[in-house]
Design a protein around this ligand. Sequence first.
Ligand code: ZN
Length: 342
Amino acid sequence: MSSDDRIEKFTSSKEEIDLCFARFEEKFPTKADREEAILKSLMPIGFRCACGNLVTDREYGKRDVKCSACKRKSSITANTFYHGVRRLSAYCNGQFLMGEGIAISANDFAKRNGISSSQGNHILHTVSCEIVREMENAVEILTALLLEPVAKRSKETPAGEHPKKEQDELEKKSAKYGSQRAAKNPREFPAALPLREKDKSIFELLQERPLNIDELVALAKMALSELFSILTMLELDGFIRALPGNRYEVVQKIPTAQSMSVIGAPTEKLLKWFVRFVKLTFHAISRKYLQRYLARYWCFIDRKRWTFEALLKMCARAPYQSSSQLVSYVTPLQAKAVLEVA
Ligand SMILES: [Zn+2]
């Protein structure tokens, strides 16, 4: 697959979404079928009643159970991720779409499920939020590099300012209060790549593998004196470092996660792909929730890991989150990202 094919795939067409809905309806024709998929994920072997009895007898698609030992009535969804959720079937649909690698806006999702757009938004956000938890070992990237699609106001947007100003506010706050995040200087990585063309070309040569000075002279077709000054600048800017024997290598500033199939540090190209994904499907987002869109992106590209079953399982383990918890979240200055999968 060429890289262009991939770019074109960075959203889901209406036809793809229609087909996915058809598959969903075929697999789960009734509301009970959809709700049962979620209930079963919550209690694969049965429901443990407060009295200790394992209740295995339950009406299909119904969340209420009655304990045969103590006669107590309980709800399977109480104090779970789905606590107080009335439209379990819409959750099932959201997880199914995400599990099939569909990128869908909250509005479209809501419309197709006959729910309000705020409900639709809430469902997709709660699921994304759990994916964020799974990103603990992912690489960290500066949100300052990802502001292009930020054009939606949030509670964090300073009055009368552009939504992008949220970033400045956060950087100021972070510097002022010396939070844990502030320890990581947001200006540490001024750019993903050196800015000057000549610097960039040398940097790119070194990205392939470490090279010695003779190899560099041959590849760059540049005078030794000019090459040396470029290498010095790159070294001072922290892009490369010198190795014994006049060799140079690229500094891997952003550690790669070990438990994830992450390849290398995010390049400019990968950041652009994420931006494209956001713009094509969501058009404009608030800075505040950038991290959740990074989670959506991971889900979109990692078709091996984020299946419908995996999402169901993840949510079944997840704790309940109130709406206020959900909206009070603010993406830190350094967000977690999986921009490429093996
Ligand atoms: Zn009981």
